[in-house]
Design a protein around this ligand. Structure first.
Ligand code: ZN
Length: 376
C-alpha cells in the first residue's frame, strides 16, 4: 500500500516537473504568467498544472536595506606596486616641420596608485626647431616612494612641404620693388593699375606703411618680407637676430593684409658680403629659411636704380628693357620704389613689355626662383 502511494506521488511529481519544463520552454521573452503555453505541450499537462510557477523575481523577499554604516566595504583591490608611468602625447617619435619655434605636444605622468605626477616631470634635451635633424628629449619623474621613470621622445625636424614650382609662359616678367613702401609707391600702384600689371613688393617693416601694403595687396600684387631695419650688422649678426627682424616685418604685413607671407628677399640679396662678419650665415640662412617653408628671390635683371648711380628714368627703363631681352623665358627685375626715377621708369617698361609680348606677374610660392650664388 505504502509503495503504491509512493508511486502515485512520484508520478504526480514527474508530471509537475514536465509542466514546469513546458512553461520554461516558452523562453524568457514570453515568460510572463499570462503567456499561453504552446499548444502541443498544453494538451498533456492541462489537468495537472494549475498555475505556472511564478517567476523567481516575484518570489524573492525584498532586499534588506542596511544602514550605510553596516554595509560592508569591499576589500580594496590590490594594485601591483610599480614605477610611475609617463605618457607622451603624440608618441615617442614625432615628425615636425622646421619652424621658428617648437612646442612640445605634452605629457601625463601618474604613480601606480593613479595619482597625477605630471607637474613633477622634468624635461631634458633641446630641439633646434629650424635645423632639420633628430633630437632627443627625455622626460623623468619620481613618485613619493622614490620610484622613478624616464622616457625618451625622438623629435625629427623635417623640411616643410613646399608647393611645386610651375614654369610660367615665356616672356614673363616679375617686377620687384624693394625698400618701400613710401610716398612714391602710390604713383607706382596707379601706373601698374593702368596697365593691369602685377608686381611684388619686398617691404621694410619699420616704414609702417600698412596703408600702402594694404592697397598693393588688395590690387593683386604680392607682398614679401625684405627686412624690418635694413641694418646689415644687426640682421646678419646670427640666426636669432635675422629671425627677429624677419618676424617683426611679418607682423606689419599681417596687420596690413591679414596674413603672413611666405616669400622674401634677403637684404642685399643672398649673395651679399655685407654679412661677412658672421661667417657662413648666408649659407645657413638660405637653407634654414627654405626648410621652414619660405622662398627667397634674388634677381636676374637689375635696374641699377640706387640713388648713387644717378640714372634718369629713361636710363633705368633702357637697362631693364635690355635685361628683359636677355631673359626671354622669365625675368625677376630688381627695382626700388624709394627712388622716384625708378618709379617713373615703370610706365615705359610696361609699355615696351606689353608691346613686345611680355606679361607682368606677381611672385608667389610656385614662381620659378632666381638664386644668386651665395658668397658667405
Ligand atoms: Zn634693400
Amino acid at each position: 500500500m505504502k509503495r503504491s502511494i509512493c508511486w502515485i506521488l512520484a508520478a504526480l511529481f514527474l508530471l509537475a516537473v514536465a509542466a514546469c519544463g513546458s512553461n520554461a520552454a516558452e523562453g524568457p521573452a514570453t515568460g510572463t504568467a499570462h503567456s499561453p503555453a504552446p499548444k502541443d505541450t498544453q494538451d498533456d499537462v492541462v489537468a495537472v498544472v494549475v498555475t505556472p510557477p511564478p517567476t523567481q523575481e516575484a518570489t524573492l523577499p525584498p532586499a534588506p536595506t542596511l544602514p550605510p554604516e553596516l554595509i560592508p566595504t569591499p576589500e580594496p583591490t590590490e594594485v601591483p606596486v610599480g614605477d610611475p608611468i609617463i605618457t607622451l602625447v603624440e608618441g615617442e617619435e614625432l615628425n615636425v616641420a622646421a619652424d621658428f619655434t617648437f612646442s612640445d605636444p605634452g605629457y601625463f605622468a601618474a604613480d601606480y596608485r593613479g595619482n597625477s605626477l605630471t607637474d613633477r616631470v622634468t624635461v631634458k634635451g633641446e630641439v633646434v626647431p629650424y635645423l632639420t635633424g633628430t633630437y632627443e628629449l627625455s622626460y623623468s619623474v619620481k613618485d613619493d616612494d622614490g620610484r622613478s621613470t624616464t622616457v625618451v621622445r625622438r623629435v625629427h625636424i623635417v623640411p616643410a612641404e613646399m608647393p611645386e614650382i610651375v614654369m610660367p609662359p615665356e616672356k614673363t616678367v616679375y617686377l620687384t620693388f624693394d625698400d618701400g613702401p613710401c610716398g612714391y609707391t602710390e604713383e607706382l600702384l596707379d601706373v601698374l593699375k593702368k596697365y593691369n600689371a602685377k608686381a611684388t613688393f619686398f617691404v621694410i617693416g619699420n616704414k609702417r606703411r600698412t596703408d600702402l601694403i594694404k592697397r598693393a595687396y588688395a590690387e593683386g600684387h604680392s607682398i614679401g618680407v625684405h627686412t624690418y631695419c635694413h641694418e646689415y650688422n644687426k640682421i646678419y649678426k646670427n640666426e636669432k637676430a635675422f629671425f627677429e627682424d624677419f618676424q617683426k616685418t611679418q607682423e606689419v604685413i599681417k596687420e596690413a593684409t591679414g596674413s603672413y607671407t611666405r616669400i622674401f628677399r634677403f637684404p642685399g640679396g643672398s649673395a651679399n658680403t655685407a654679412s661677412r662678419r658672421s661667417k657662413g650665415i648666408m649659407t645657413r640662412l638660405t637653407k634654414i629659411m627654405e626648410d621652414m617653408g619660405y622662398r627667397y628671390f634674388d634677381w636676374n635683371v637689375s635696374a641699377g636704380d640706387s640713388g648713387g648711380n644717378g640714372y634718369t628714368a629713361s636710363q633705368i627703363k633702357s637697362r631693364v628693357v635690355n635685361g628683359l631681352k636677355n631673359h626671354s623665358d622669365y625675368a625677376v627685375v630688381l627695382q626700388h620704389d624709394i627712388h622716384l626715377n625708378s618709379v617713373r621708369a615703370v610706365e615705359g617698361i610696361l609699355k615696351w613689355g606689353q608691346e613686345n609680348g611680355y606679361t607682368f606677374l606677381a611672385l608667389d610660392l610656385t614662381s620659378p626662383v632666381v638664386h644668386s650664388k651665395v658668397q658667405n
